[in-house]
Design a protein around this ligand. Sequence first.
Ligand SMILES: *[C@@H]1O[C@H](CO)[C@@H](O)[C@H](O)[C@H]1NC(C)=O
Ligand SMILES: *[C@@H]1O[C@H](CO)[C@@H](O)[C@H](O)[C@H]1NC(C)=O
Ligand SMILES: *[C@@H]1O[C@H](CO)[C@@H](O)[C@H](O)[C@H]1NC(C)=O
Ligand SMILES: *[C@@H]1O[C@H](CO)[C@@H](O)[C@H](O)[C@H]1NC(C)=O
Ligand SMILES: *[C@@H]1O[C@H](CO)[C@@H](O)[C@H](O)[C@H]1NC(C)=O
Ligand SMILES: *[C@@H]1O[C@H](CO)[C@@H](O)[C@H](O)[C@H]1NC(C)=O
Ligand SMILES: *[C@@H]1O[C@H](CO)[C@@H](O)[C@H](O)[C@H]1NC(C)=O
Ligand SMILES: *[C@@H]1O[C@H](CO)[C@@H](O)[C@H](O)[C@H]1NC(C)=O
Length: 774
Amino acid sequence: MPDEQTPLLAVVRVAQRRPRYQHSTVRRFCTIVLSGALVVALICLLLPAAFLPVADGPKSSYLPWANPFPHQAWPGGDGMTYEELQTILLQTPNEVEARKSSEYYTAGPHLAGKNLSQALWTKEKWEDYGVTSSIVAYDVYLNYPLDHRLALLEGVDLATNRHKIRYECSLEEDVLDQDPTTGLSDRIPTFHGYSASGNVTAPYVYVNFGTYKDFEDLLAANVSLAGNIAIAKYGRVFRGLKVKRAQELGMVGMVMYTDPQEDGEMTVASGYKAYPEGPARNPSSVQRGSTQYNSVLAGDPTTPGIPSKPGSPRVDPHKAIPSIPSLPISYRDALPLLKALNGYGPNASHFNKYWQGGGLTHEGVDYNIGPSPDSLVLNLMNAQEYTTTPIWNVIGVINGSIPDEAIILGNHRDAWIAGGAGDPNSGSAAFNEVIRAFSVAMQAGWKPLRTLVFASWDGEEYGLLGSTEWVEEYLPWLSAGSVAYLNVDVGSVGPKLNAAASPLLNKVILEAAGLVPSPNQTVQGQTLLDTWDKRIKTMGSGSDFTAFQDFAGIPSLDLGFKEAPNSPVYHYHSNYDSFYWMDKFGDNQWHCHITIAKLWAQIAMQLCETPVLSLNTTDYALALSRYLEGVKEKAKKSTIGEDSAFSFKFLDHATSELQAAATRFDTYTANLILRLSKPVPWWQWWKTVKLLYEVRKANTKYKLLERQFLYPGGLDHRPWFKHVVFAPGRWTGYSGATYPGLAESLEDGNVTNAVRWGEIIVERLEGAKSLLEK
Ligand SMILES: *[C@@H]1O[C@H](CO)[C@@H](O)[C@H](O)[C@H]1NC(C)=O
Ligand SMILES: *[C@@H]1O[C@H](CO)[C@@H](O)[C@H](O)[C@H]1NC(C)=O
Ligand SMILES: *[C@@H]1O[C@H](CO)[C@@H](O)[C@H](O)[C@H]1NC(C)=O
Ligand SMILES: *[C@@H]1O[C@H](CO)[C@@H](O)[C@H](O)[C@H]1NC(C)=O
Ligand SMILES: *[C@@H]1O[C@H](CO)[C@@H](O)[C@H](O)[C@H]1NC(C)=O
Ligand SMILES: *[C@@H]1O[C@H](CO)[C@@H](O)[C@H](O)[C@H]1NC(C)=O
Ligand SMILES: *[C@@H]1O[C@H](CO)[C@@H](O)[C@H](O)[C@H]1NC(C)=O
Ligand SMILES: *[C@@H]1O[C@H](CO)[C@@H](O)[C@H](O)[C@H]1NC(C)=O
């Protein structure tokens, strides 16, 4: 939204550019906003027609404060009730249109920074829908593949470099007649984002999933790691953190493959046919992906914390990306390498439970750990071109009547492959339907109460580049003026609704799910809420909400339909995540695509339109006390133990104080809503003004609550992460850690640091409480 701020916000943005995380920033803004509140209230009173989109007073449950002006409709529109808007948003998203969008995005390669025409197409589409849109570019550091090789060599004579080739990995996915995307001449090779170039020849070791714990088990078993190449299975933790740990332990390279054990029953070994004949994993499929250290930093690794513009100062990226080469391979290519370890080193089956269950035993793999015998070595060659190059976000804006309570919706557009029908373009197809639905509503005369911002991000796959750089650039505007960020990445690759959110948003997700028809109509008329387990996870990382939630303190959510245990295998980051797969296996009726669109639109609408923001602080406070109990459990198990110098007393106290304040605040706002629903005679206009002032003040508190949990100094060893409650686990990456600073200090047995984090957290809890009570 570069040049589209209101004058007020533009002033705030300039004034607040630097330094960033000072309390004065928020305070100064509040002063401006609160003193502006009366002006806003008066404007509401004087310009109701432009503001209050209501037709016949009592009929509307929409903006009850419009009741003093019962006969006003908006200029140029017939007016619309809340229910009418809901209906438009539920009825507009359409399978045929979603399928068309998907077909477009998946027709050709769209790696980060490589497909400007998709950005332009998206912008034009949104503008056709009547949404003013622009392209916002950043200059980011990233890599494109040049060459690679992985071969099992036998009898290498170091003096002469003579050897036999036991097996040459193809490093290619099969071209399938049925699936045109797999045979494109410009298809993208198999490679890792941010992997290091290198050419290493060394013995190799099987490291299970390559988790921190797996490596600890290997060290405990005296398996030699330094100087060796690791073969790791995908899964359990983010791939970049596997490489990080291997590198720390002196390993010289890493190879990753997806073991069919990830597919449960849906395997060739259990009698299912492989894609494209059936739903099982195609043996040649390869998971590409980024090896950035996503728990350390998000965004361009050369510009931590600042936007990547031409001329931005840059740092050495290697705190956040590997220095050893890595390659992704298929399980078909992994088989000869794993079999060659049979009989060498300990057997994985003699390790703990995390090492059990490998899915290639029927192919003759014994899952020995190695190292490989003296006669055998791996040659791993990875050649990457590193460059600083533009990427293109598309940003669309529908101005609302209240400009500084913005709701932001986002999805990324870039993919590792030409396809990407699941990741991310099932989300992109749904997104276009959401925007089309809002456009239909606008044509029918609707004008949003709050501003809606739509973002189609580029560069997510490498490290959340487009979204992070944008948040870093517009941080002052976002801190002052945004209510929530609603993310959909993979919109639909299976039948199971998956949600993660800041607890402030739990309520609105559940309410919206209760309005949207379930794609499962086994029982006619059942809603999404009826067919959903209603589990809402905590925010980790792995998608574009990260900068919003963890860096800027903006309550965020992430939604999508994922695989259920017996659904067709989703070929994540592979050529087989294609339009053909989606149309035949993934979502062959396209129902889940439009269901996610409807859910997304309903949530956005509710946040956008209810006079009192649909956030719930009690849910947040309750969640905080659950997280604290979680940390206590961990402390009991850690080296610190129960009888250490660390006491949870202050944290307990501050948590229950906040909980009481939150309950009082939500009760107060519930009462505000009630008061709003009662007509006020027009001659008592000052009552309306007072009410609007109270609403404005309460909304500002809702808006700023999440911001109270930011700590400017950031987490230990990863200062970009500012949120004291949520962060990606330092060794998991995807899944969320709660109270990371405290939990990690306890894990490390550092009582001094635990006390320090206890104080930091208590300060934040007290800040949140006093915000609610001001
Ligand atoms: C939104 O409002 C701002 C300030 O009034 C204005 O500068 C901008 O052009 C508007 N944007 C759109 C998309 O209407
Ligand atoms: C960009 O995407 C379009 C649509 O998917 C595709 O047709 C085109 O080949 C891609 N362009 C490049 C340069 O890869
Ligand atoms: C990689 O190393 C191998 C073995 O040392 C060597 O034979 C080969 O030429 C190297 N490849 C490249 C591209 O440098
Ligand atoms: C590993 O080596 C250490 C020291 O040499 C020895 O005490 C320990 O028993 C060994 N552990 C295993 C599992 O072999
Ligand atoms: C090693 O594990 C595999 C797979 O669990 C098993 O088939 C094999 O018998 C084991 N070998 C030994 C020597 O324990
Ligand atoms: C569909 O809904 C029915 C009834 O609620 C339920 O029993 C069934 O498990 C659901 N199917 C799926 C695939 O979720
Ligand atoms: C907020 O959440 C609490 C706890 O879930 C609930 O009791 C309360 O009714 C909610 N308030 C609103 C306005 O939804
Ligand atoms: C414990 O944390 C403190 C900071 O609170 C740090 O100065 C100290 O070095 C840490 N101790 C260890 C053993 O890491």
